[in-house]
Design a protein. Structure first.
Length: 425
């Protein structure tokens, strides 16, 4: 019997990955209306437990307190010092990650299944018994002030700060941490906020990875005994209208300039989202994009330029970021405008669209590779009010996309008079 080997001298044919294999998940009711979302999968007994509060910068009287709490949960409890708590967690082989955004505060715990019963009491202790010692708060504030002082010297940070704060002006989505906000914060203030605000809220729990049905049942029973809050996430008011325009942050003795653009974009639930996604990807969303070819490869003005979506529960934007020589900023911005006009006026050929389709399909398949990444998508969909059918529909919409659909999206979302442009340098 002879074997037929592929011809390695020829590239394999490209094809659109039209299907994503979703793992089968389940939802479990807990007291106070809380839920545990479970997603088993993977070949190893590695698990992740995410605890998500559907609030972020909008919780409490001061956004800075939300941020401080996200960094200090577990850094000293009623039972243990910060060192003792971390040592206890590390002795099980587990570790924790923190996440804080405009919409959510999230703690993620990674551990082996056999250690779940040792890890869970430490999770509970961090959530419900954190004590916020003043010396830990002072250490965090000291280190963060040093970080902020360094960031303030960077053109990229200043441009991003200016663009974000103006696009979401007057809204918590536009909030950014500053040294002034950290000045004088006391442990007693943080404890009061923690007791009054966070402990009253109802968290969501997400378990993913290689766990057995027995572990899932035991975890549900344990969570049912926790003192969970009953209050829904605090409803936020949608951001108000922004004012398009160009803004400069003057920074002396800087040879580089950073450019940022914010402009409205469709929410993921919008009917034309697939077309807008393809349009923005072609514009500047991957290495073969039009902006990269023009501004990096042909003009040599930058090492990199990119576009992407910024999706929040109540607002969506597309953004652009790059850094160029200060004397070349106007030229770079002009080329960005030219490429936008080309997409709006001339559209794109079918061959180029097919390239983008394959790229998006590949990126999407990678985003669903394994239980942890699939759980990330589930958490995000819950934040955005989407169900699992959204994924299937996006794949179908992508497959059926036509060049004229992408051109229409460009005509709606790329006009220059919608842009909020900020540059620093």
């Amino acid at each position: 019997m002879s074997l037929s080997l592929p011809d390695r001298r020829k590239a394999p044919a490209l094809h659109l990955a039209s299907e994503i294999v979703l793992l089968h998940g389940s939802e479990h009711e807990l007291p106070q209306g809380a839920k545990l979302y479970a997603l088993p999968g993977g070949q190893q007994p590695a698990c992740r437990l995410d605890v998500v509060y559907s609030v972020g910068q909008g919780l409490g009287d001061k956004p800075v307190l939300s941020w401080l709490l996200s960094q200090l949960l577990g850094e000293g409890t009623l039972q243990k010092s910060a060192d003792a708590w971390h040592l206890a967690l590390e002795s099980t082989g587990a570790y924790m990650q923190r996440s804080f955004s405009g919409d959510a505060l999230q703690l993620s715990f990674y551990f082996l299944e056999e250690q779940w019963s040792a890890v869970l009491p430490l999770v509970r202790e961090a959530l419900f018994e954190s004590d916020f010692p003043q010396h830990e708060l002072d250490l965090l504030v000291h280190n963060q002030k040093a970080t902020l002082a360094q960031q303030a010297q960077k053109v990229a940070w200043q441009a991003g700060k200016k663009a974000k704060s103006l696009f979401f002006k007057g809204h918590t989505y536009g909030w950014l941490l500053t040294e002034e906000q950290l000045q004088g914060v006391q442990s007693t203030e943080l404890k009061d906020w923690y007791q009054r605000e966070l402990l009253a809220l109802r968290p969501s729990f997400y378990l993913s990875g290689g766990f057995s049905p027995a572990t899932l049942r035991a975890l549900c029973a344990s969570l049912a005994e926790w003192p969970l809050g009953a209050r829904d996430a605090i409803p936020l008011v949608s951001p108000g209208a922004y004012v398009p325009g160009q803004h400069h942050v003057a920074m002396e003795n800087k040879s580089q300039a950073a450019l940022r653009i914010y402009s409205p974009a469709p929410a993921p639930s919008a009917p034309n989202y697939a077309a807008a996604h393809a349009m923005l990807t072609l514009f500047g969303g991957f290495f073969g994009s039009r902006l990269m070819k023009n501004i990096r490869e042909e003009k040599g003005l930058t090492y990199g330029i990119g576009t992407g979506f910024a999706h929040l529960r109540l607002a969506s934007a597309w953004t652009l970021a790059t850094e160029v020589n200060r004397n070349k900023l106007e030229e770079a911005l002009l080329e960005v405008k030219k490429e936008a006009c080309k997409m709006m006026e001339l559209g794109i050929p079918e061959e180029e669209l097919q390239l983008v389709k394959n790229y998006i399909a590949g990126q999407r398949a990678r985003a669903f590779d394994g239980p942890f990444l699939q759980m990330d998508q589930w958490i995000w969909r819950n934040h955005m009010g989407l169900d699992a059918a959204w994924i299937v529909n996006q794949q179908l919409d992508l497959k059926e996309l036509k060049p004229e659909d992408v051109q229409k999206a460009a005509q709606k979302y790329l006009p220059e008079d919608q842009w909020l442009v900020a540059w620093a340098g």
